[in-house]
Design a binder for this molecule. Structure first.
Ligand SMILES: Nc1ncnc2c1ncn2[C@@H]1O[C@H](COP(=O)(O)OP(=O)(O)O)[C@@H](O)[C@H]1O
Ligand SMILES: [Mg+2]
Length: 341
């Protein structure tokens, strides 16, 4: 649906003309929630703003449904932008307009007649849960409510794509959760493709299907969220995964356990989906001489998929027997990482 090839953007007023983004290739599929994560200055906003041409790229191409954005004339671009909603970290609401007027704004621009606008406002207020607040002004709303207005406004003209620039970064964790749940709901109910940028791995984990990691204007890693969490490759990715405290990887902080005085074989197993709740470990060692002790464990979920991680010490039995237990776990589709050298 969105196809980006070899995109670069150089802001001319930067000394030395360092590109804000370069060599960006991305394919975003219809209906997915795609996350872009990176530290401040990595080029996330620049990339996002190139998608709807709020920023004109220096070179490269952006196709949306096969249409090359950089070749549209201003009238065509305006029509295309109507189908791309956008929300912002600081909401960007009109402070002297009511909630209803803010939502009506893009509808008026699109030339919708008054009676239809009123009906559409009601639908949108229902969708984002602001029925009671139509006549309030932005400064009478909480941050979460302001973002709901932003979302309603962005969805007013039935867009196919929603761009989210740090949409939850100004919100507290509880409100962040509620807004992410709303975005997921909108994605599932309306089939809208969501492209979001964030510096928080929690956001990626909560709702994204795939993620790209940006650093210094480049995409350094991309993949399914689960794969990136389980096997982060780039140091920056490992850093971000480390932000999610209940998730450890080989770069994580279980060195303490590994270095403690253990005689058995230490493994970390990660299991995903339904099997999370099955006693596979017990079943696997039952008929062997191997026994196990769970040293550390977490159960959580990624989007709606449950996963669990355990650090386990295997003792007893011969090396071959332990190796065969590990092989059996892997046959069950469990990811096993041997931690002891
Ligand atoms: N309008 C602009 N003019 C000049 N430089 C800019 C402009 N917008 C962003 N930059 C620079 O481009 C780089 C990427 O910025 P940005 O895309 O905002 O990153 P992020 O959203 O990841 O924080 C930064 O070095 C920033 O200073
Ligand atoms: Mg930004």
């Amino acid at each position: 649906m969105i196809h980006i090839e070899n995109l670069q953007k150089v802001y001319e007023d930067i000394p030395g003309h360092v590109p804000a983004i370069q060599q960006i290739h991305l394919q975003i599929n219809r209906g997915e929630i795609f996350g872009i994560i990176g530290h401040s200055g990595a080029g996330k906003s620049t990339l996002l703003r190139c998608v709807n041409l709020l920023e004109r790229p220096s070179s490269g191409t952006i196709q949306i449904d096969g249409e090359e954005m950089t070749r549209l004339d201003s009238r065509q671009l305006q029509a295309k932008r109507r189908k791309i909603g956008m929300i912002f970290q600081h909401f960007n609401l009109l402070s002297s307009s009511t909630v209803a007027e803010n939502i009506a704004f893009p509808l008026k621009l699109a030339g919708m007649e008054q009676a239809k606008i009123q009906a559409r406002i009601q639908e949108l207020l229902d969708l984002v849960g602001l029925q009671e607040h139509a006549n309030k002004y932005p400064n009478q709303l909480s941050g979460g409510q302001k973002q709901r207005v932003g979302i309603a406004r962005a969805l007013a003209n039935h867009p196919d794509i929603l761009l989210c620039d740090e949409a939850t970064s100004a919100l507290d964790p509880q409100t962040t959760k509620a807004i992410l749940a709303l975005l997921l709901d909108i994605n599932q109910k309306l089939g809208i493709t969501i492209l979001l940028i964030t510096h928080e791995m929690q956001v990626i984990r909560a709702i994204c299907d795939r993620v790209a990691v940006m650093e210094k204007g480049l995409i350094v890693e991309t993949g399914k969220v689960l794969d990136v969490f389980l096997k982060p490759q780039h140091p920056v990715t490992k850093d971000f995964v480390g932000q999610v405290s209940d998730f450890s990887t080989s770069s994580g902080n279980d060195q303490g356990i590994i270095q403690s005085d253990r005689h058995g074989t230490l493994i970390r197993i990660t299991y995903i989906g339904e099997q999370t709740y099955e006693p596979i470990l017990f079943e696997t060692v039952k008929s062997t001489n191997v026994s196990f002790a769970i040293l550390q464990g977490t159960i959580s979920s990624m989007k709606s998929v449950p996963y669990g991680q355990l650090v386990v010490e295997l003792t007893g039995g011969h090396q071959e027997e332990i190796a065969s237990v590990i092989a059996k776990l892997e046959q069950e589709g469990i990811d096993v990482e041997v931690l002891t050298p």
